[in-house]
Design a protein around this ligand. Structure first.
Ligand code: GLC
Length: 532
């Protein structure tokens, strides 16, 4: 738990995820685009974040809304052009913002020319670029593996009489990362965008990059209960988290390192003790393997204290932590914990040790939107309807204003707008104690206080419903005290000075001797004197 001596921008900074379809539309087609993002860069500067991560903007048939890429070195016309992208990078740079792209190496779109060629014939030069197998001896798929989005992970190709493997949709065939030509082609893409000035990549579903070569059947998952995603019926041990992934990440990292201070962030949905292996031996893997464990955590002080302590204990020496409260695949934080706890959640995210990633709209408390059946877009919901797996609710357009179109579009939005009258940026910019004002104040405080951005932890503890931890840097010590209960509490704090910031955004606070009073769902950042 040491302070970082020489922080990089991706350590001290804050990442903001833009889901481009839903951020800002500039041409009235109801879908966000790059010109729209450019128009909102000043908002990101105002908010105070350091980097924006753009979910995929490459040409794509949009079977999985851009996570099915048909050309890695261009921009889909829905989003604009390469010229727009270059302008976005230039405009971001002008404002001191970093740009992180999404890199989707596990699979392409079925429309990618590589796959078209691969499926052309069993003797195609690109046949081995994907994972093709004969049917099982008695017929049917080669093994029992399941797709993340429901159904078999194998699709039969009638023309060539074999199955191909897809961890996700049939429209997203998996690349064969054991083929050196695939690796070389995928690395060219990193060079292409690094040379264009991007500051890093968020790497999609890295744990899925390799499968176990014998293709052994997966065992049943003893913890499966009905209602869980169908893919969880099996323990997917042979389908992901294979040792070779670390060689590939090391190669990607070596490329990133030749471009100076760039960052690689890995999307790794695994238990904490597996996530930390993605830093790589001697930290030669990704800089930041995403830690999603706050998203699934029960919102209780003890659970959160244990999570923080366990994660810190598992981190390899000098590895930099990170925390995520929401993204385009998971329920929004305001829906998970409720609007009151969303304020303490914001304080938690922005005072923990490690790079925070914020999901667009969470700063105004956007909730999961209701999507009528005829408006469903997400392929997961379409394949496995009715279980609530659909991700449309968390992808509704950014609510900029309360006007028709929410300031997002002048056309018909691709997903329904979500309660824009009660939550929008324009209104919250004028309200002194809005959630947006709180995010902005927290970000400013984190920037000003190295104890928060790069400092070490003191004690992390749960006291009933109160989560308390200390952060320090040099002589500066700050305590973060979060009351997760809906009633007021008193908690002791030795050496307590004046609160720097309350989630209520007012000056009212009360100390009785060494006891600090917290209002329902109040979070406080408090100075602590050195002697304490
Ligand atoms: C990642 C993305 C998700 C996508 C999947 C397949 O989990 O975040 O949106 O559907 O990969 O590419």
């Amino acid at each position: 738990m040491v302070s970082s001596p020489d922080p990089r921008w991706w350590q001290s900074g804050i990442v903001y995820q833009v889901y481009p379809r839903s951020f800002q539309d500039s041409n009235g087609d109801g879908i966000g685009d790059l010109k729209g993002v450019i128009a909102r860069l000043d908002y990101l500067v105002w908010l105070g974040v350091d980097a924006l991560w753009l979910s995929p903007v490459y040409p794509s048939p949009m079977a999985d809304f851009g996570y099915d890429v048909s050309n890695y070195v261009d921009i889909d016309p829905i989003f604009g052009s390469l010229k727009d992208f270059d302008r976005l990078v230039a405009e971001a740079q002008k404002r001191g913002l970093k740009v992180i792209m999404d890199y989707v190496p596990n699979h392409t779109s079925e429309a990618h020319p590589w796959f078209v060629e691969s499926r052309g014939s069993v003797t195609s030069a690109k046949r081995d670029w994907y994972v093709w197998r004969d049917a099982a001896p008695g017929g049917g798929p080669p093994n029992n593996w399941l797709s993340e989005f429901g159904g078999s992970a194998w699709t039969w190709d009638d023309a060539t009489g074999q199955y191909y493997y897809h961890a996700y949709l049939p429209q997203q065939p998996d690349l064969n990362w054991r083929n050196p030509a695939v690796r070389a082609a995928m690395y060219d893409i990193l060079h292409f965008w690094f040379a264009r000035g991007v500051d890093g990549f968020r790497i999609d579903t890295v744990h899925h990059l390799f499968e176990e070569p014998s293709l052994a059947d997966n065992p049943a998952n003893p913890d499966f209960t009905p209602g869980m995603a169908p893919t969880l019926a099996l323990d997917r041990r042979h389908q992901y988290d294979q040792p070779e992934v670390h060689d590939a990440l090391k190669e990607m990292r070596a490329i990133a390192d030749t471009y100076g201070e760039r960052v690689l962030i890995g999307e790794v949905y695994l238990p904490l003790d597996r996530i930390v292996t993605y830093y790589g031996a001697d930290l030669t893997g990704v800089h930041l393997p995403f830690n999603f464990h706050l998203i699934g955590a029960a919102w209780q002080a003890k659970v959160l204290a244990d999570l923080i302590t366990r994660y810190e204990a598992l981190l390899p020496d000098s590895a930099w932590p990170n925390w995520v409260l929401g993204n385009h695949d998971r329920a929004r934080v305001a829906s998970r914990v409720g609007p009151k706890a969303a304020r303490t959640a914001a304080m938690l995210l922005l005072t923990l040790r490690g790079t925070p990633t914020l999901y667009y709209g969470d700063e105004i408390g956007m909730t999961d939107g209701a999507i009528p059946p005829e408006k469903v877009q997400d392929p997961w919901e379409k394949r496995v309807p009715g279980f609530g797996f659909g991700r449309d609710p968390v992808r509704t357009p950014m609510a900029w204003t309360a006007e028709p179109g929410a300031g997002f579009t002048t056309g018909e939005p691709w997903l329904p707008l979500n309660d824009i009258a009660s939550r929008n940026v324009a209104a919250q910019q004028t309200q002194k104690s809005s959630l947006l004002a709180l995010y902005r104040a927290l970000i400013a405080t984190r920037r000003k206080e190295p104890a928060l951005s790069i400092g070490a932890y003191g004690k992390v503890e749960a006291r009933g419903d109160v989560l308390v931890y200390e952060r320090h840097h040099g002589a500066r010590r700050l305590a973060v005290i979060l009351n997760l209960a809906d009633s007021a509490v008193y908690t002791p704090l030795e050496g307590a000075g004046a609160p720097l910031l309350s989630t209520y955004l007012d000056e009212s606070h009360e100390s009785v001797g060494p006891l600090i009073r917290l209002r329902p769902h109040e979070g406080l950042i408090v100075e602590v004197s050195r002697e304490a």
